[in-house]
Ligand binder design. Structure first.
Ligand code: BGC
Length: 751
């Protein structure tokens, strides 16, 4: 739809509108009353820079609530909560006059090494898409636009501005696209941010297939696409591909090139008009959706605290060590600099200036009447041996005299950030050394982790009776940790990413981070648990895992297929809280396709629901599986697309990808996906094709005795892989092309 102002704008004005005005604003055209819009990071809080801050200005921003990072929010598996956070972010954006908040990040965690994994939800696209949809709806309910990023295949920081992700279409469609697709279809984000990288050689910002054919053609995206900051190499090629806004400002470089291209006839002016219209229409819509809104910093802080607990994952809790009693018991030794100096957010463009910051030590002291002592144990920055020895000795002494140690360990800022990837998965050596020494004291240890992406936990599991993963939990992460440690709240999170034993076990290990400008996605669709579960590898903690302070049982599970000719099913199960406390459970439904025309993962998460139940209470949970839950992307033939093959599917209901409580086989009697026959199709493809089979039979019958060989089942098996052209040459046919054309004609007539 053309925006009504298009006709009033000059070519120069239109060209100027598809390039930013400053680092954070779009251009205005005062002559026709067009206002500029303000775009700002995102995604875990509003990073609105103060006047005069440097352009990259990582630190100089107005105070805003630092919500838990996406790593923690992903682990909540809680769409309602994400929508609530979205609304809060929208309200804070409004207060600071922000029109578009740059988030959420929905890239898939292809490798735990990605420096920016803290900004992404999961290794699984269903979780990422479901949570992003809720987040976007929440933000946009306040008349503020979201910017779904980074589209697409931006899964590493190494060479992120140039690298070409070499990835096949099926893998894109099944793993790297669905979170974008779902969010676009279900929430219509106002904007979408393209990634820096290339995909199969073409920059995302100049990729017509990506920005136009798939995004708008297949998914119906109605908003506008902006570039990641500095991602446009060729402004004319970008507009032609479907990019609407280059950010930040490129001065006059972009607009000038676009004017020249239109004048030279190399860029169609209607394409430029469309880009401008999309930007203006989107901004109009956002402004029209606004109503009065306000925000209470304290209420948002409390929401951040609740969310941090909802995303924290209790990995291990031997003998019910947690929760600790706030009143009874001896001295508690809190060890680890992170208890005092929280690591609660990631470094880079999402870095915020929080409205307040809770440290765990203060929160623990406030939560208990027990004696609490503190020792730093290690420094967050490098130090000399003497200093390290003194810190360690003091920590060991405190631990020896305590009834329980709470050790706050994790990754310091310098180890993970936007802009670079990690090179290993271990916790810093100084912390592991400390842990060993603490273990020697014999005092029971609880480890609380702060990290934006998984770390290997071998030594931690050996030393600690309880392990609580807090991720980068936002400004209230410290008080949320205390809430959980003393049982004020439940650790409600479940792993949205697998914790492997070793880096070598991870799916992208041999293809990371690429060579000579290319990174090959050789593991294809086998990302995260799809890889570990298909290869049957042992892992430290499986996808979906997380303990609470209560227990749940699953009963009366049913999987109903209303009409087997339609690929859909309804899963129902009764979940009962069998413990003594209220708690939350995440019911997970996986689907497997044991016999398939293409290789498929062992099973894939296709539905989930978070239920909160009081002790003793039950709830019947109902989850729907649609066609996509059974489908794979087929790139074969002239019309690639989603295919469901008839036959058996296994539906699994469980509490993690490896804790399956109920498994049921169903049979779908859907139509066999049509196979396009041709000279290159094999004998087997012809013989299993509904019309091909008949035509082939007639053909061999017509050959008389010579044809009988082909009808012999043993021979058919032997020759199954033979393309029709060579099969015919073996059968003595001379006019192979002509014969195949004749057969194909008959197939067409029979169909
Ligand atoms: C990041 C984006 C961010 C933008 C603006 C880029 O470097 O990749 O996620 O929104 O900067 O700060």
């Amino acid at each position: 739809m053309t925006h009504p102002l298009i006709d009033q704008l000059t070519l120069e004005e239109k060209a100027s509108l598809v390039s930013g005005a400053t680092f954070w604003t779009t251009r205005a055209v005062e002559r026709v009353g067009l206002e500029a819009a303000t775009l700002t990071d995102g995604p875990h809080g509003v990073r609105m820079q103060t006047a005069g801050a440097d352009q990259l200005g990582i630190n100089d921003s107005h105070p805003a609530t630092a919500f838990p990072t996406a790593a923690a929010l992903g682990s909540t598996w809680d769409a309602e909560l994400l929508e609530e956070i979205g609304r809060a972010l929208g309200a804070e954006s409004r207060r600071l006059n922000v029109d578009v908040l740059l988030g959420p990040g929905v890239n898939i965690k292809r490798s735990p090494l990605c420096g920016r994994n803290f900004e992404y939800f999961s290794e699984d696209p269903l979780i990422a898409g479901t949570l992003a949809t809720a987040w976007v709806k929440g933000v946009q309910s306040q008349g503020v636009g979201a910017s779904l990023k980074h589209y697409a295949a931006n899964n590493q920081e190494t060479d992120r501005m140039r690298i070409s992700a070499e990835v096949d279409e099926r893998t894109l469609r099944e793993i790297y696209f669905p979170a974008f697709e779902t969010t676009v279809k279900q929430a219509q984000p106002a904007t979408l941010m393209c990634s820096y990288n290339r995909i199969n050689g073409t920059y995302a910002s100049q990729n017509h297939w990506l920005l136009t054919d798939v995004l708008r053609g297949d998914w119906g995206f109605e908003g506008y696409v902006m570039s990641d900051w500095g991602a446009v190499a060729d402004p004319v090629a970008a507009v032609a591909a479907g990019l609407d806004l280059e950010m930040p400002s490129s001065g006059e470089r972009g607009p000038k090139a676009i004017v020249q291209a239109v004048q030279a006839g190399t860029l169609d002016e209607t394409v430029l008009d469309k880009a401008v219209s999309r930007i203006l229409t989107t901004h109009d819509r956002l402004r029209a959706a606004r109503s009065e809104t306000g925000f209470e910093p304290q209420a948002h802080h409390e929401l951040a605290r609740r969310a941090a607990a909802a995303g924290s994952v209790l990995l291990k809790n031997q003998d019910g060590l947690l929760p600790l009693s706030p009143e009874e018991g001896g001295r508690i030794a809190v060890i680890g600099e992170f208890a005092l100096t929280p690591r609660y957010q990631g470094a880079g463009s999402s870095h915020l200036n929080p409205t307040r910051l809770d440290d765990a030590l203060t929160a623990i002291q406030a939560a208990t009447s027990r004696e609490v002592v503190f020792e730093a144990g290690f420094r967050l920055e490098d130090t000399d041996q003497e200093d390290a020895d003194v810190l360690l000795a003091a920590a060991v002494e405190a631990a020896g005299e305590a009834e329980v140690v709470i050790a706050f360990l994790g990754l310091p800022d310098a180890e993970e950030s936007e802009g670079f990837d990690r090179t290993h998965l271990a916790l810093p050596a100084s912390q592991l050394q400390l842990l060993q020494a603490l273990r020697q004291t014999g005092t029971k240890i609880v480890v609380v982790l702060s990290n934006g992406s998984v770390v290997t936990l071998g030594e931690v599991n050996d030393a600690a009776a309880a392990v609580l993963e807090m991720w980068l939990g936002g400004q209230a992460g410290g008080s949320a940790a205390a809430d959980i440690l003393f049982g004020v709240t439940e650790p409600e999170g479940r792993l949205a990413e697998t914790v492997p034993h070793r880096l070598q076990d991870t799916p992208a290990f041999v293809n990371w981070p690429g060579n000579e400008g290319k990174v090959v996605y050789g593991e294809r669709v086998y990302v995260g648990y799809r890889w570990y579960d298909t290869t049957g590898q042992d892992v430290a903690y499986p996808f979906g895992h997380g303990l609470g302070y209560t227990t749940f049982s699953y009963s009366d599970a049913t999987v109903t297929v209303a009409d087997p000719t339609v690929a859909a099913a309804v899963v129902e199960v009764t979940v009962t809280n069998t413990g003594q406390r209220a708690g939350a459970e995440v019911v997970q439904v996986y689907v497997a396709d044991p016999v398939s025309g293409v290789d498929r993962p062992q099973h894939e998460l296709r539905a989930f629901a978070k239920v909160r139940l009081a002790a003793g209470d039950s709830q019947r949970v109902r989850l729907e599986l649609d066609e996509r839950a059974f489908a794979f992307w087929s790139s074969q033939g002239s019309s690639p697309g989603w295919r469901v093959e008839p036959g058996e599917f296994v539906v699994e209901i469980g509490a993690s990808s490896r804790d399956l409580r109920h498994t049921e086989s169903i049979t779908l009697d859907v139509a066999v996906p049509p196979v396009e026959l041709g000279a290159e199709s094999t004998y087997e493809e012809w013989a299993t094709h509904p019309q091909g089979q008949k035509v082939l039979q007639e053909f061999f019958d017509g050959l008389g005795e010579a044809g009988s060989l082909w009808r012999d089942p043993e021979t058919a098996k032997l020759l199954g892989n033979m393309p029709m052209r060579s099969l015919l040459s073996f059968s003595g046919t001379t006019d192979i092309q002509g014969t195949i054309s004749g057969l194909l004609e008959r197939v067409a007539q029979a169909g």
